[in-house]
Design a protein around this ligand. Structure first.
Ligand code: FES
Length: 158
């Protein structure tokens, strides 16, 4: 049985039909071709699937799409221009900072790291390196680029 839901995805309102068991991650990747959001573990362990739901970070693999009917979803594809909805496609400051600080190696975890960083900024409570590290502990990087990731976030949060 398919259910009707409406989501605003990266600023675009979409009417969608989904089965009750479709995860937000599968909806984004399989149905909407938004493959920037990655599937790592599919069990809420790695953070590769992190997206923003109404500005709050969530693991899309643990989230049923129907539960978010009416919500505003931002994926890595929507971060550019996020702070400037006036039509600019400029990279988000955190994307610039990741480039500047070499905050990735293979890049697989990067979309999740970026979305999680923006969520963390929205939460606004990580002011020290230790707090940033703790707040980002749900996002694993198997290349071990953690130092540079924290550098990038610290740079933008200052
Ligand atoms: Fe969702 Fe790993 S794919 S947490």
């Amino acid at each position: 049985t398919a259910l009707d839901i409406t989501l605003t995805i990266n600023g675009q309102r979409r009417a969608l039909k989904v089965t009750p068991w479709t995860t937000l991650l599968d909806l984004l990747r399989e149905k909407l071709d938004l493959t920037g959001t990655k599937k790592g573990c599919d069990h809420g362990q790695c953070g590769a699937c992190t997206v923003l739901v109404n500005g709050t970070r969530v693991n899309a693999c643990l989230t049923l799409a129907v539960m978010k009917d009416g919500a505003e979803i931002t994926t890595v594809e929507g971060l550019a221009g996020l702070g400037d909805r006036g039509g600019s496609n400029a990279l988000h400051p955190i994307q610039e900072a990741f480039i500047e600080h070499d905050a990735f190696q293979c890049g697989y975890c990067t979309p999740g790291q970026l979305c999680s960083s923006v969520g963390l900024m929205n939460e606004g409570h990580a002011h020290s390196r230790e707090e940033i590290r703790e707040a980002m502990s749900g996002n694993l990087c198997r290349c071990g680029a953690y130092t540079n990731i924290v550098d990038a976030i610290e740079d933008v949060m200052q």
